[in-house]
Every structure is written in structure tokens, then in C-alpha cells.
Design a protein around this ligand. Structure first.
Ligand code: NAD
Ligand code: TYD
Length: 350
């Protein structure tokens, strides 16, 4: 089966491609990616010469280019997105453009080309803050808090409308916070790991008592394969690690494992609109598709820390690129920058 994977040069997409090619089935992958700051083809160096893999550079908002890449594909697995909450606060326009308009264009082209299956990759953030003790199931209300999560919820609703209105063969996944190799170091875990390894401060937003459910990216990708192969059309499947941890506890654990002192913890102003807790109920994917997470947080963290320790060249090249100026602009001065933007309102670039 020939599959168009959008956003395959990013963190989860590249892990997914590697995993699918290693299955030894008859999958042929076309990786369609714009190569934004988060897209890094080095993530796929080891499969670049695999005859079942090819890459096409392009924007999901460009209908003609999407059509030429999707032509002949039976399935689409749609990862491409602007995926970072903080960036969506600094500059929402590209987030809305890619996540909403881009998804719309993919749906239109996939309908035109009679694609047989469309897997839309979404997030637990669409459910918003969960009260202590509460868990979101697939029917919970969508209550997104950030421009990022609102854009993901919007694209989920568009996909669902295509199923209902046009009988479009889509299925949706909503996963919790992923971690693992090749994650761009703007997200919490890779930022904390690489800062700890470099003896730099670990910036903790607010009181650090926000909770996230951590899912190893390889477990997530196994879940996506199950949904691609056996998920019921029109259905949503939550995919969570079921390992809910406070940010501060996580940062302290990373310091322990890396052998660094807690004096590196640095409390900074909270993210505006920051969701306190995410928590997913994942009975459905376990019951229907037999999926559950297999990598414990302890083991996964150890492996991930080892990966960043052994891949310093990858990290150095990532830091030399756009990431560095982004880091300097916002992350070394975050107390003032994020809040100034949230309070005075961004200057729209539209
Ligand atoms: P990422 O930021 O690492 O990668 C995104 C990829 O999309 C990059 O390769 C980028 O170049 C590409 N891209 C961005 N805009 C594009 C455009 N207009 N056209 C074509 N390609 C474009 O993101 P990720 O963490 O791998 O997340 C992948 C998907 O999974 C996203 O849809 C995200 O919402 C979802 N998700 C992520 C997490 C997580 O914890 N990272 C959790 C749940 C769901
Ligand atoms: P993040 O990786 O941005 O994922 P999300 O906000 O989409 O869940 O952040 C995970 C958690 O870590 C979130 O509660 C915000 C917090 N955080 C920090 O405390 N410091 C940081 O520097 C970053 C990037 C995140």
C-alpha cells in the first residue's frame, strides 16, 4: 500500500516512517514535508536509500503540489502541523494556516483522488484542562485553550464533517505528550534533557505542578499503525501513555538520571492560558485494536536521555539553525517576551 505521510520529517512522522518501513510489509511511503524549522531530513538518514521510501518537499497549503504528491496513494497519514503551543502564542497565523487550511486542502485533494483511508493525527490538548481525577474519553467536549489546540480542534471537526457529509474514509487519533528520539528541543522533555546535559537552567513555568500524560513516540506510532490498518472509519481513538506526571517531578527525575543538581531548576513566569492537567481514557483503542503502551516511563526516559547524550552532532546542527535565533529571541528572555505578547496582543502579520 502506498501512503502519503505529511510532516514525515518532524519528530513523530520520522519515527512513524522508520517503524512502518521496519515492519517488512508492502508499505511504500511518500514523505511530503515543507521542511519548516521543525522538519529535519537528517531524522531519516537511515532510510533515505530504502526503495520503499521517497521524499517530496512541499506545503500542505499548496493544492497542486499536494495533488501531485498524493497521486497514486491509497492512504494518507497526516502529521504535518505547527505543533508548539508557545509558538502559537507568539505568532498564531502560520499555525492556523497550516493546521486548519492545510488540513482542509488535504481533505479536498484526498476526496478528489478517492483516497481509501485518511488518518488524522490529533492531540489530547483539544479536550483542554481536565479536573483532578477526570479523564477525557473520545466523546468528551472539545475545549481547547491555546491557538495551537484550537487549530487542532478545528481541523478535527473539519475531518469529521467530511466523514459525515461526504462519506470520506477518515479516522482520527488524539495522543498525549510524546517523547523520544529526534524531538525538536523546544518541547519540554528535550529542552530539559539537553539543558541539563549542558549545565544550563531548566525553565519551569509557574509552579511546575501542571500535569502531562507521557507517551513514548514508538508506542504512539504502533497505535497509529493499528488505527491505519484496523481503525473504524469515522471514529476517534485516544492514545495515551497513562503515565501522568507533574512537570516539576519530571524535571527533578531528569536531573537525578543525568546526575545534575536541583539548583539548575529555574522558575519562570507561567505560560498564558496554561492548561493545568491533561488526562486521557484509552479503553477504546485497547478494546477494539488491542493497543496499549509497552514502554515504561522509567525505561523510555533512560533511553531518551541516552539518545540525546549520544547524538550531540544532531543536536548541534539543530541548534545552529533557526532554532538558535528562536531560542535566543524568546527562550532566553521568556519572562518578558511571552507575557508582553499575551497582554498587549500580538501584532498580526496578516
Ligand atoms: P513537529 O513539529 O516535530 O513536526 C511537524 C512537521 O510538519 C515538520 O517536519 C514540518 O516541517 C512539517 N510541516 C509544518 N508545516 C507544514 C506545511 N505547511 N506543509 C508541510 N509540512 C509542514 O511535530 P510532531 O511533534 O512530530 O507532531 C506531529 C503531529 O502530531 C502534529 O499534527 C501534532 O499536532 C500531533 N501531536 C503531537 C504530539 C507531541 O507530543 N509532539 C502529541 C499529540 C499529537
Ligand atoms: P510542551 O512540551 O510545550 O507541551 P504542551 O504544552 O503541548 O503539553 O510543554 C509540556 C509542559 O511543560 C507544559 O505544562 C508546559 C511546560 N513547560 C515548562 O514548564 N517549561 C518549558 O520551557 C516548556 C517548553 C514547557
Amino acid at each position: 500500500m502506498k501512503i502519503l505521510v505529511t510532516g514525515g520529517a518532524g519528530f513523530i512522522g520520522s519515527n512513524f516512517i522508520r517503524q512502518v518501513l521496519a515492519l517488512g510489509k508492502d508499505y511504500v511511503i511518500v514523505n511530503y514535508d515543507k521542511l519548516t524549522y521543525a522538519g529535519n531530513l537528517e531524522n531519516l538518514d537511515d532510510v533515505a536509500k530504502n526503495p520503499a521510501y521517497s521524499f517530496a518537499k512541499g506545503d500542505i497549503c499548496d493544492a497542486a503540489a499536494v495533488e501531485s504528491a498524493m497521486n497514486g496513494c491509497e492512504a494518507v497519514v497526516h502529521f504535518a502541523a505547527e505543533s508548539h503551543v508557545d509558538r502559537s502564542i507568539y505568532e498564531p497565523a502560520p499555525v492556523i494556516e497550516t493546521n486548519v487550511t492545510g488540513t482542509f486542502i488535504l481533505l479536498q485533494v484526498a476526496r478528489k483522488l478517492n483516497v481509501r483511508r485518511f488518518v488524522h493525527i490529533s492531540t489530547d490538548e483539544v479536550y483542554g484542562d481536565m479536573d483532578a481525577g477526570a479523564f477525557a474519553d473520545e466523546n468528551s467536549p472539545l475545549q481547547p485553550s491555546s491557538p495551537y489546540s484550537a487549530s487542532k480542534a478545528s481541523s478535527d471537526l473539519l475531518v469529521r464533517s467530511y466523514v459525515r457529509t461526504f462519506g470520506f474514509p477518515a479516522v482520527l487519533t488524539r495522543a498525549s505528550n510524546n517523547y523520544g528520539p529526534y524531538q525538536f528541543p523546544e518541547k519540554f522533555l528535550p529542552l530539559m534533557i539537553t539543558n541539563a546535559l549542558d549545565d544550563k537552567p531548566l525553565p519551569i513555568y509557574g509552579d511546575g505542578k501542571q500535569q502531562r500524560d507521557w507517551l513514548h513516540v514508538e508506542d504512539h506510532c504502533r497505535g497509529i499503525v493499528a488505527v491505519l490498518e484496523r481503525g473504524r472509519i469515522g471514529e476517534v481513538y485516544n492514545i495515551g501513555g497513562q503515565d501522568i506526571v507533574e512537570n516539576l517531578t519530571m524535571a527533578k527525575a531528569l536531573l537525578r538520571v543525568t546526575g545534575k543538581p536541583e539548583t539548575l531548576l529555574s522558575y519562570v513566569k507561567d505560560r498564558p492560558g496554561h492548561d493545568r492537567r491533561y488526562a486521557l481514557k484509552c479503553d477504546k483503542i485497547e478494546r477494539e485494536l488491542g493497543w496499549k503502551p509497552t514502554i515504561s516511563l522509567e525505561e523510555g526516559l533512560r533511553q531518551t536521555i541516552d539518545w540525546y547524550r549520544s547524538n550531540t552532532k544532531w543536536m548541534a546542527r539543530v541548534r545552529d539553525g533557526e532554532y538558535r535565533s528562536y531560542y535566543e529571541k524568546y527562550y532566553e528572555n521568556r519572562d518578558s517576551s511571552l507575557h508582553a505578547i499575551a497582554q498587549t496582543g500580538p501584532k498580526p502579520s496578516l
